[in-house]
Structures are given as structure tokens and as C-alpha cells.
Design a protein around this ligand. Structure first.
Ligand code: AMP
Length: 194
């Protein structure tokens, strides 16, 4: 039985960094980031990557069929019993699709959806900081694209919170502290559930 944790958070919330560190600290945990998986596909130069790029650079959501294939593929290929995926779900449609998949799949249990909560100001400052520090900045780390990414993230958020709260699977962790503080909280929480 695989135990699945999902991590959601605004652009700049630090969700991928947090999840990477948790996987590093626990041999039994594998981490995938939907954003990283899509960027890898773009970097491969495939036709599918070209299509994905056209959405990422605007801060829009990649089409649902590609997203579902990507996360189901990640869950299946994970070599450990505990899988942490950040960046999913990002729409009510994705949430419902996963729910249907899990209903038919006895081998995977959703343990929690962790929301890394940051203010819009913190998120924006981190994205701008990241763009300034990076040797090769991400195409979508500009102020203009940031506002669209924020809008795309925020729009379905209350429906997602409500859906998982009703299942007692919604957990909020503040993303405002230092990385060490946030990772310590998340690590303790994840380990309490496995
Ligand atoms: P991130 O690295 O999480 O900031 O994601 C970067 C970009 O990848 C997003 O702005 C979207 O274009 C795309 N993306 C990541 N996760 C998803 C998802 N679950 N559904 C659709 N698009 C996604």
C-alpha cells in the first residue's frame, strides 16, 4: 500500500524545497514536483514539452490529460511506500479526477493534503528574489506571470480546502518561517501519519 501526501501552495511558498528536504531526510519517502516534472519534459525538447512550455510560460495550467498521466505515472514509479507530490491538485477538476482514481485504486491511500500558506507579499518577494539570484531564471518568474500564477492558484483554493477538510485530510502549515522551521513542522506531521 502506497501512502500519498500532496503539497499545495502559492508560487513562492517554498513547497518544492520543503518536500525535497523531507525526502532527503527520510529514506522511505520519494518526492515529485509536478512543476519539475513538466520542466524536465520541456527540457527534453519533445513535442509534448513544447506544448507544456506554452502553458508554463504564461502561468496557466497544463492540460488535464497530461497532468493526470504525469501524477499517476509518478505514484506508480515511486520506489518507496511513501510518496510526496507537490503542485497538485491545482483545480477542482484535478481534485475530482484524483478522487476517482483513488476510489478505484486499492494500492494507494491519500494521507493528507498539506497547504503551505504564505501571504501574497512573501510569495512575490521570494519569486522576485529567486529570479534575481538564478543564473538562468525560470521563464515564469517575472512579476507579470507571478500575478497570473497567483490568480490561478487562488481561484479554486477554497473549494479544494473545503473538499479535503470534509474528509479530514486538510492540513495547513505556515510557510512564513525559515526553511528549517517549516521543514521541521512538515516532517513531524508527515511522520505522525506514516
Ligand atoms: P510550480 O513549479 O509548482 O510553480 O509550477 C510551474 C508551472 O507548471 C505552473 O505555473 C503550471 O503552468 C505548471 N503546473 C505545475 N503543476 C501543475 C498542475 N498540477 N496542473 C497544471 N499545471 C501545473
Amino acid at each position: 500500500m502506497k501512502k500519498l501526501f500532496l503539497i499545495i501552495g502559492a508560487p513562492g511558498s517554498g513547497k518544492t524545497t520543503d518536500a525535497e528536504l523531507i525526502a532527503k531526510a527520510n529514506d522511505n519517502i520519494t518526492h515529485y514536483s509536478t512543476g519539475d516534472m513538466f520542466r524536465a519534459e520541456v527540457a527534453s525538447g519533445s513535442q509534448r514539452g513544447e506544448l507544456i512550455k506554452s502553458f508554463i510560460e504564461k502561468g496557466d495550467l497544463v492540460p488535464i490529460e497530461i497532468v493526470i498521466e504525469t501524477i499517476v505515472g509518478a505514484i506508480k514509479k515511486a520506489p518507496t511506500a511513501v510518496v510526496v507530490i507537490d503542485g497538485y491538485p491545482r483545480s477542482t477538476e484535478q481534485m475530482v479526477e484524483l478522487d476517482n482514481y483513488l476510489a478505484d485504486e486499492d494500492g494507494v491511500e491519500l494521507m493528507s493534503v498539506i497547504e503551505v500558506e504564505v501571504s501574497e507579499e512573501t510569495a512575490k518577494n521570494r519569486i522576485i528574489g529567486r529570479a534575481e539570484e538564478a543564473e538562468v531564471a525560470r521563464d515564469d518568474d517575472s512579476v507579470e506571470v507571478f500575478y497570473n500564477r497567483m490568480k490561478v492558484y487562488t481561484e479554486p483554493l477554497s473549494a479544494i480546502q473545503k473538499f479535503y477538510s470534509a474528509k479530514d485530510l486538510h492540513k495547513v502549515i505556515s510557510g512564513e518561517g525559515t526553511i528549517e522551521e517549516i521543514v521541521a513542522m512538515m516532517n513531524e506531521f508527515v511522520n505522525s501519519k506514516i
